[in-house]
Design a protein around this ligand. Structure first.
Ligand code: UD1
Length: 416
């Protein structure tokens, strides 16, 4: 079982290219099914959830494999419409394949993705939307059996701006006859990236990035080459790393427009952040200041995926900061691990209060989810002594190689 050794207490100084976004690559890989042809996906991150998506595509009869840094997928020979239980369990986001398989084959059989380390992850809005488009869905014993004689465009109103539901329905609507309008759609940049990919394949749609997305279904789709956007949560993680350890870093490919709430918070805490044409420079020195409360919310609000790393960055700040988690029930599991390093954090329900301490010390800690695991590395860089992080499977789901990147930024991080 590998662990990361983070040798903290040293200021960062370096630069790194931010790799492609996991959260746009996964829906784009599902959407390749609609094209029935070849997609060359550039800037596609080589990380565990992408490898699981490749295995799902291969299981469905498609070809998918790396050609250097590009992922080449051909869905022409797809010959299955079900995904095995084992593959479904490996990645919660595998439900994103539902709309695509249904639109392409008229049938889809999957097991229910169930919960995950962040708590319950319902997909009721995905299913309600697909039903409104004309799918019959039976849920028995954890299995989902979906069928349609043909999907038909409709106006769909989401109860909440769910990222996954918006993506699943955008993809399904491309295969539906007529016009689908998604109201109260999620507005995340990854949804714009999915729209851009679909447009590149010949789809007709507008509105991604706003809360109304309009899709004209049944446009003929064709092969395409597409480059995924850079990963804003990976960029947020490294901004927090320098906020925690001090120093100066340059993040090539990071975009301020995708990170405005995180950057505003870090500036308020005392970091100097400047955008350049190709990336972002961040400098930090000494202890940060506490900030006005942080409340996670759907985009353009403060991203839930950045809550843990921001908390880690504030552990040595002067004063107290309140962080409120509004999207997932179980997203403070990193707190107990951070406390092992000397952090002062009080949790009550969905609120955590971080009171800055003068010093953190290295400890043996365990990642219990993806971003919580990254937060332990961020805290480790700002702590005196050695931090050993286990549970790397979680971190590897979302970072190509967190130790490679943190070393490029001047940190001392080794996988052992
Ligand atoms: C996506 C991201 C994840 C991020 C999250 C919120 C991917 C692969 N994952 O997850 O990293 O943390 O957005 O920004 O892109 N909900 C329902 N019913 C549904 C769907 C969602 O109640 O049918 C609830 C969820 O429980 C959650 C909220 O809606 O409380 C938001 O979830 P959603 O936006 O769907 O997140 P994901 O797409 O799962």
């Amino acid at each position: 079982m590998s662990r990361l050794l983070v040798q903290g207490g040293k200021a960062l100084d370096g630069e790194v290219d931010i790799h492609g976004a996991k959260n746009s690559t996964l829906p784009i890989l599902a959407a390749t099914i609609l094209t029935g042809g070849e997609t060359v996906l550039q800037n596609c991150p080589k990380l565990r959830d992408v490898e699981v998506s490749i295995r799902i595509l291969q299981y469905l009869g498609c070809s998918a494999g790396w050609d250097g840094d590009a992922l080449v997928v051909n869905t022409k020979d797809m010959n299955r419409h079900h995904i095995s239980d084992g593959l479904m369990r490996e990645m919660r986001s595998s439900s994103i394949f539902l709309g695509a398989i249904l639109a392409r084959c008229g049938k889809a059989n999957l097991s229910y993705p169930g919960g995950c380390e962040l708590g319950p992850r319902p997909i009721d809005m995905h299913l309600a939307g697909l039903r409104q488009l004309g799918a019959t869905i039976t849920e028995t014993g954890g299995r989902l059996d979906c069928e349609t004689a043909g999907l038909t465009g409709r106006t769909l109103v989401l109860r909440l701006p769910s990222v996954g539901a918006t993506e699943n329905l955008m993809i399904a609507a491309c295969g539906a006859t007529g016009t689908t309008t998604i109201l109260n759609a999620a507005r995340e940049p990854e949804i714009v990236d999915l729209q851009n990919y679909l447009l590149c394949c010949g789809a007709r749609m507008t509105g991604a990035g706003t809360s109304t997305i309009i899709i004209e279904g049944k446009a003929p789709l064709h092969d395409c080459t597409y480059a995924c956007m850079s990963d804003r949560i990976v960029a947020a993680t490294y901004l927090c790393a320098v906020a925690s350890a001090g120093g100066r870093i340059y993040l090539k490919g990071a975009k301020e427009e995708h990170l405005s709430t995180v950057i505003a918070l870090l500036r308020e805490a005392g970091c100097q952040i400047t955008s350049q044409s190709q990336g972002i420079v961040c400098r930090a020195q000494g202890r940060l200041q506490s900030v006005q409360g942080v409340k996670t919310a759907p985009y353009p609000g403060f991203p839930t995926d950045a809550q843990a790393v921001v908390m880690a960055a504030l552990l040595k700040s002067c004063g107290a900061t309140m962080l409120e988690e509004n999207l997932f029930e179980n997203r403070f599991r990193h707190v107990d691990e951070l406390k092992r390093m000397g952090a002062d954090i009080q949790v009550s329900g969905r609120v955590a209060v971080v009171t800055g301490v003068e010093m953190l010390h290295g400890a043996s800690v365990e990642a219990t989810d993806l971003r919580g695991g990254a937060a332990l590395c961020v805290a480790g860089l700002g702590a005196q002594g050695d931090t050993w992080v286990s549970g790397l499977d979680h971190i590897d789901r979302g970072y190509e190689s967190i130790e490679r990147d943190l070393c490029a930024l001047g940190g001392e991080v080794t996988r052992i």
